[in-house]
Ligand binder design. Sequence first.
Ligand code: CA
Length: 227
Amino acid sequence: MRVLIIEDNQDIAASICDYLEGLGYTIDAAGDGVTGLHLAITKDYDVVILDLGLPGIDGIDLCRRLRQDAQRSVPVIMLTARGLLENKLEGFKSGADDYLAKPFSLKELAARVKVLSERISRIPNSRLLVGDLSLDVGAHEVYRAGKHLDLNPTLFRLLMFLMQNPHRVIKREELEYVVWRDDPPDSDALRTHLSNLRQVINKPFDRPLLHTVRGFGYKLTDKNAKD
Ligand code: CA
């Protein structure tokens, strides 16, 4: 397994490096955002461990560029200071897959790295299909009726989950967990995201695929369903 550590604190980077190498992982390390982004784009890693506060490009910006500009879907764990909920939300919005607050135990980090690499490797470059909608997990691309659709990382993540669970009603809580894990915002943020997703995958086309099931949740299907 190949892991990239992007962390400007040399002590933290070195201790993560030692620990993961001890588990037999191959490690590359970068001490600033520019070098880290370059490595993440040009080499193949199973997981990227990304510090939030970095010189050059910060972790959030780096993750966003990795996803949106470079279209790379490598799993990212974001490291940040304890209890900064805002950072966590920003981290997920920018396309990070997991989040760990400093100080953390190396054992915990290694466990997260393992889970994340396994979760992603079970769906290597697979293509999800629902009706005329297709999502390429590896390439991070979505098409409907042959037309390329632009989705931000949050919408991509929501759509991927819906497409992995087609034709069934998905509860709001399930979708909130996909985006925010155990800390959903109080506001009606999910509804806004789903509304944006509809604009992209439903509106330009004849038949809606994403349906609201009032009082229950949402359903992605190409079979006849009440909107
Ligand atoms: Ca830092």
